[in-house]
Structure formats: C-alpha cells, structure tokens
Design a protein around this ligand. Structure first.
Ligand SMILES: NC(=O)c1ccc[n+]([C@@H]2O[C@H](COP(=O)([O-])OP(=O)(O)OC[C@H]3O[C@@H](n4cnc5c(N)ncnc54)[C@H](OP(=O)(O)O)[C@@H]3O)[C@@H](O)[C@H]2O)c1
Length: 334
C-alpha cells in the first residue's frame, strides 16, 4: 500500500434489494494534512458488519443514513504513521472508526490504543471489540440467563452468535445454535461447545428445533429475524427474554417479512429487549475486561474470515450478507 494517496470506497447509489458491487465506487483522494492534536493512521484491518447494509437505505434510523458519495463507514485497526499528538506517537496501534479507506485522521478521543503484545490486532474488531461487547451486553446485561435455562442463538457460527453461545455455556446454560448448513452446525457444536445446533435450511428444521428444545426456550439471542425468528417463537417458554440484536434476513429484503408469532409473545408473557450497542459506550470497559480474560484463559474461541486488500471489501460484504462468510468478516487492508 502506498502512502502517497488515500484509497476510499464510497457508496455510489442506494442498493435496490440485495447489494451489488456496482453500488460502490473506488476513489483516490489526497492524503489529509494534519492539524495540532491529530495523527495519520494507515489501516491494517477493516471490519465488515451487517449494520452497514441498512445504513445504505434512505430510511429513518438510529443514525443518519448514508448519502450518495459518502465514504462507507466501519471499524478499523491501524498504525499511526505521522503524528501531531504526543499521546499517539508514530507506530502506535489504534482501533478507530475510519471506514472503508486505506488512511484516516484520528485524535486521542476517537481511538482506542491497542497493546501490540495482546496477540492479533484484528481481535479488536471482533471478540475484543464491537461484536464481542454486543454479545456480552445483550446476553448478560439484558437477557440475564440463569443456570440450567435453555438459550437459543441465531446466526450461531457468526461473530456475535459464536461468542453469545460460549458465554451462555460459561454461565451454565443449555445452548442451542441455529445456523445455515451442516458444516457451520458441526463447528458450533464440536469447536464452540454448544449443546446442539439446528440447520435452518434443513427440510425438517422445525421438528429438529423442537427436539433440541424439549424444555422450551428461556432466552433467545436474535440476530436473524424472518421465518427463523417465527420458528423459535413457536418454542418460546413462559416469561422468556429476547435480546433483539439483529434482523439480517431482512436487510436486503424488498418486502419485509410479516412476523406471525405475536400471539406467542403475549401468551407466554415474553420480554423483548431491543438494543443497539452504540448507545452503550460506558459498558465497553466492563465487557472488554471479562472478554479479554476469557480469551486469555482459552474459554472463548473465535474464527475470522479475512479478505485480502481494500478492493475486496464489496465482495466480502456481499458474502457476509448471503451467509458465505464463516466467522468474523474482516478485510486485510494492507
Ligand atoms: N444491536 C447491535 O448493536 C448489533 C451489533 C452487532 C451486530 N448486530 C447484529 O447481529 C447479527 C449478526 O452480526 P455478525 O456481525 O455476527 O454477523 P455474522 O453472524 O458473522 O454474519 C452474518 C450471518 O448471518 C446469517 N444470515 C445471513 N442471511 C441470513 C438469512 N436470510 N437468514 C438467516 N441467517 C442469515 C449468515 O449465517 P448462516 O450461514 O448461518 O445463515 C451469516 O453468516 C446481525 O443481524 C447484526 O446486524 C447487532
């Protein structure tokens, strides 16, 4: 990667349904000049996350949607290559929100300084970053599973789901994943240690889910929405809690799926906690301290799906939105 120019990927148009590579454009911009208190960062890793897709739609949301020509947003890890800020000397490794570009400007309030001794810096975008904190918050601060309860996790092999299920196991729960395909289900059970995993693409998915949840579902960590969500509602227990984290099956949908299970929410007196982790910055230190300890002790495993080069980001993003990723989706920028 050259430090002469800043390569950026911007939104070229609003997607119509499933996102395509034509919805993006690559632009060469001059490197920014620094003011006092700023540092120039060369990105090493970019995190690709499902939330980026709804941000491409011109709809009211919890943040301003992207306008045509805007830089695609995203979490990044990179190295300071020039600095006018004493606390961020050249060589400092930082996590920030620089988006889909090779370089960006930070100041001390927009970065998390990383310890290079703590293993691969990319973990700061996954288990030791936004997705890990999301798993911790939704499960432990909101749904609060009790020992012996049944916890169901959708998108179970993914960045958030894989961590949720392992934390629920650490808390003594019976944990059932839902994932797409036999290989992802095998990984969830044999490598992550869930008690069972059901393939939602199987013809007898509902029957398999019923067999895996004989005592019904006390906690649902919901990442997917659509028919998978409806199927779990048929198995919901009295006074269950739902951590409503994501709705990925609907992010590219032209017509939203109409949930049929509202009756179950009422009959079983279910509490639903919808949350967006961006609202809970004060929770990060608590979650990161515990997640780091579990990773060090070998109690949390995670997997990364890494695309090479910034130009691979649109295709890798589409792979994630169609379930072809396997683990936390990242781009190795340079
Ligand atoms: N509330 C928050 O603050 C917050 C923060 C982070 C993430 N999230 C949400 O958490 C969810 C998971 O995010 P992640 O980063 O961990 O992604 P991920 O699970 O690593 O990757 C996305 C996965 O979603 C599954 N998927 C895609 N389309 C689907 C469909 N139509 N039906 C069922 N499953 C489908 C695929 O797995 P399969 O192959 O198993 O289908 C795919 O691998 C997303 O909904 C995301 O928006 C929310």
């Amino acid at each position: 990667m050259s430090d002469q120019q800043n390569t950026q990927i911007r939104m070229r148009r609003h997607p119509a349904g499933m996102v395509t590579t034509d919805d993006f454009e690559t632009v060469q911009a001059p490197l920014p000049t620094l003011e006092a208190g700023q540092a120039l960062v060369r990105n090493k890793f970019l995190s690709l996350d499902p939330y980026m897709r709804p941000r491409m739609d011109p709809l009211r949301s919890y943040v301003q949607p992207l306008a045509i020509g805007d830089l695609m947003p995203g979490g990044t890890v990179g190295e300071v290559i020039e600095s006018k800020e004493a606390s961020l000397p050249k060589g400092t490794l930082v996590a920030s929100q620089l988006g889909w570009q090779t370089h960006g400007v930070v100041n001390k309030t927009t970065v998390r300084v990383l310890d290079p001794k703590l293993g691969s810096p990319s973990a700061a975008l996954g288990v030791l970053g936004m997705t890990g904190v999301t798993a911790h918050y939704g499960l432990l601060a909101l749904a609060k599973p009790q020992k012996g309860e049944t916890v169901v996790v959708t998108a179970a092999s993914g960045a958030v789901g894989g961590i949720v299920g392992q934390i629920a196991k650490l808390k003594g729960c019976r944990v059932v994943g839902i994932a797409g395909g036999a290989e992802k289900c095998r990984y969830v059970v044999e490598e992550l240690g869930f008690d069972a995993c059901v393939d939602y693409k199987a013809a007898d998915f509902e029957q398999q889910l019923a067999a895996a949840t004989p005592d019904y579902v006390n906690v649902l960590f919901e990442n997917v929405g659509g028919p998978v969500f409806d199927a779990v509602l048929q198995r919901i227990a009295d006074h269950a809690r739902i951590a409503l984290c994501g709705n990925i099956s609907q992010y590219n949908a032209k017509e939203p799926y109409g949930v049929k299970g509202l009756r179950q929410l009422l009959m079983h007196r279910v509490t639903t906690y919808a949350f967006v982790i961006a609202d809970h910055r004060d929770y990060w230190p608590t979650a990161l301290a515990e997640l780091s300890a579990w990773v060090k002790e070998g109690k949390l495993k995670f997997r990364e799906d890494v695309a090479e080069g910034l130009e691979a980001a649109p295709q890798a993003f589409i792979r994630m939105l169609t379930g072809s990723n396997f683990g936390k989706t990242l781009v190795k920028v340079g």
